[in-house]
Design a protein around this ligand. Sequence first.
Ligand code: GDP
Ligand code: MG
Length: 252
Amino acid sequence: MPIVLIVLGMAGSGKTTFVQRLVSQMSMEGKRTYNVNLDPAVLEVKFPASIDIRDSVKYKNIMKSYKLGPNGAILTCLNIFAAQFDQVVKLIEAKKDDIDYVIIDTPGQIEAFSQSASGQIITDSLACTFPCINLYIADTVRCENPNTFMSNMFYALSILYKSKIPLLICFNKIDVLDHSFALEWMKDFEQFDQNLSKVDTYLSSLSRSLSLVLEEFYKNIEACGVSAGTGKGFDKLELKFEKCKQEYYDVF
Ligand code: GDP
Ligand code: MG
């Protein structure tokens, strides 16, 4: 059975660059990947896509014919595609002996996929057939701000809740800033606390309380650092994927 990797994250966190890097890295290692682009609004797909949402729904046409703005059009494209997604699952099933990984890139704005009915349909239909993992891409540089870090963690948590499949947090862009502080913050509440504003503002005291709530979440979540830009950290990903796959069978 191939492992399905669903790549999620805030706009600009580096999802597409990550997919591009992972696809080329795996091909160098002789791994066979089946790559899917689910971003209907992207101008150019920078990795070889076996399935591209843009082949079946035209973003610009949807915008015009339904008189929609950019976000509404992305959601509508996903809805139309989700209605035919059983065919995609059948295609992957037919090829399952020749594929090691299915890698899925999702639309720029995270909520288009993670909080939509179509995202749920797509995730559910994959997860009932294949071992699936959500890869949450976080921008390490932006996470340096404890409040942004906290909002990223809550986003990741909400994805875990909604999708009910294992989650791997990938702190991206470690070529710019090392992610060790983020791993520390996940491990040790006091480290995080020390970095909050010393002035007791509403936000910092909220972050303090929330980080205690998140302790249980952190304990069971896999995290790692990567640079989609340079390839740093990608050699350790496969081990993490295997761990999450085991979790998929044992826990989920
Ligand atoms: P997406 O919206 O999540 O798909 O993000 P993109 O893959 O389009 O990347 C957003 C921006 O971040 C682009 O300018 C990328 O070049 C940049 N980027 C992505 N990964 C890295 C990385 O590992 N290091 C650095 N320095 N920049 C990156
Ligand atoms: Mg993208």
